[in-house]
Design a protein. Structure first.
Length: 80
């Protein structure tokens, strides 16, 4: 389990491994969802296409077809 400490000002630094897993970057917004009295879920907030345009680009990366993108999304959703 990854942990973090709340500062005296109520601030929390999200650990690097969690930020990477959720693909969070500086300026991104997250939501907190209360599941039970003692459990909460942290969720990245949805962004518009304009806000994320170009973020997935990697120099030299081959473009994916729509079918390849759909398969990647399907595989990722199964792993959640």
């Amino acid at each position: 389990m990854t942990t973090a400490t709340i500062t005296s000002k109520g601030q929390l630094t999200i650990p690097k491994e969690v930020r990477e897993m959720l693909r969070l970057h500086s300026g991104d917004k997250v939501g907190f969802v209360l599941n039970r009295d003692d459990e909460m879920t942290l969720r990245p907030m949805t962004k518009s296409v304009d806000q994320v345009f170009g973020r997935l680009y990697r120099k030299g990366q081959k473009a994916k077809t729509i079918g390849e993108m759909k398969e990647s999304i399907k595989a990722r959703m199964k792993s959640l």
